[in-house]
Design a protein around this ligand. Structure first.
Ligand code: NAD
Ligand code: LMR
Length: 334
């Protein structure tokens, strides 16, 4: 009771200052449902719009009974429902699409998810061209360039407002380190750069409080392939949903904090980046300072040790292929 009323009071003061409408596309899925619930609990969110090709209104009715001040509405799975879900939104999170089964790579999802993300991106470009778009659907290394190409084709692309959500890699890295070191994971700030699949995920332990961990091959492998651990354990029933919901809610919260005036909010995230553009890699995840317009400042990767330099080389090879694949897809299937 006490907690709820305190949250409600905070929600009221937040809404008095700022109105923040957030849309979730794919809201009835394994990620979408807990993500929507966490957004409902966030006092910075004043309006929540939930869309899915099935089940959006049901999830919205359920979540709308949670006693925080934000309003929740579910939208019909029609073009007009999608347009209405997007209108006026500050942030659009996209966890729509199929998840992996054991034995699959994220790239194996491309054939199904590329067109889902392309079509949702078209709707976003039409109805919410100024929103910050947070892409969760895999393969993130390719789906983010897909969204960019769709926006470019419509003349509404703003590179400061497109984000591939790689927060789960950061969350995992801090948790796995805290297990080894018996520390509080909240005190473990591990930068993860590159992209979001296998060897494109490059944790930089040399920059952490435990630089010696960069030679811990098991730990590095666990961060790079943490997703596989969950896919295997779920045994055909999908991939990470709950930890991903938490990570997605954290990324949305960071953007809302920044847009509501907080300075120094930094998250590693996969964005349109100058860092490796000269090598034909226009998207890269590094520490990004967030601001009211989205990307405020892209930090360089900083000093790497020899092992990390080697990982980065392998990352760039795969990343280029993944990005090119997304760009080519839109060129051939506009
Ligand atoms: P899920 O199958 O449980 O849910 C996906 C939802 O998307 C379903 O409810 C489905 O109806 C909906 N959907 C499908 N097509 C749609 C469309 N055109 N418009 C709106 N909704 C649509 O899957 P999940 O476990 O929630 O995973 C979703 C995606 O997120 C997968 O691609 C998965 O690989 C990815 N993922 C990414 C990360 C990350 O770190 N970025 C982490 C975990 C999962
Ligand atoms: C993850 O890292 O858990 C997600 O990308 C889902 C997956 O396919 O592993």
């Amino acid at each position: 009771m006490f907690m709820a009323s305190r949250i409600q009071r905070r929600a009221f003061s937040a809404s008095a200052r700022n109105l923040s409408r957030v849309t979730v596309l794919g809201a009835a899925g394994g990620i979408g449902q807990p993500l929507s619930l966490l957004l409902k609990l966030n006092p910075r969110v004043t309006e929540l719009a939930l869309y899915d090709i099935r089940g959006g209104p049901g999830v919205a009715a359920d979540i709308s009974h949670v006693n925080t001040n934000s309003t929740v509405k579910g939208y019909d799975p029609t073009p007009s429902g999608l347009a209405a879900a997007l209108k006026g939104s500050e942030i659009v999170l996209i966890p729509a699409g199929v998840p992996r089964k054991p034995g699959m790579t994220r790239d194996d999802l491309f054939n199904t998810n590329a067109s889902i993300v392309r079509d949702l991106a078209k709707a976003c470009a039409e109805s919410a061209p100024d929103a910050k778009i947070l892409v969760i659907s895999n393969p993130v290394n390719s789906t983010v360039p897909i969204v960019a190409e769709v926006f470019k084709a419509r003349g509404v692309y703003n590179p400061k407002r497109l984000f591939g959500v790689t927060t789960l890699d950061v969350v995992r890295a801090s948790r796995f380190v805290s297990e080894i070191k018996s520390t509080d994971p909240r005190d473990e700030n591990i930068t993860v750069i590159g992209g979001h699949s296998g060897v494109t995920i490059v944790p930089l332990f040399s920059q952490s409080k435990h630089p010696e961990l960069s030679s811990n091959a098991d730990l590095v492998h666990r961060v790079q392939f943490g997703g596989d651990e969950v896919v295997k354990a779920k045994d055909g029933a999908g991939s990470a949903t709950l930890s991903m919901a938490m990570a997605g809610a954290r990324m949305a919260e960071s953007l809302l904090r920044a847009s509501q005036g907080e300075k120094g909010v930094i998250e590693p995230t996969f964005v349109d980046s100058p860092l490796y553009r000269d090598q034909g890699i226009p998207f890269f995840s590094s520490r990004v300072e967030l601001g009211p317009n989205g990307v405020e400042k892209i930090h360089p990767v900083g000093p790497l040790d020899a092992a990390e330099e080697k990982m980065l080389e392998a990352c760039l090879v795969d990343l280029k292929k993944n990005i090119d694949k997304g760009v080519d897809f839109v060129a051939q299937n506009p």
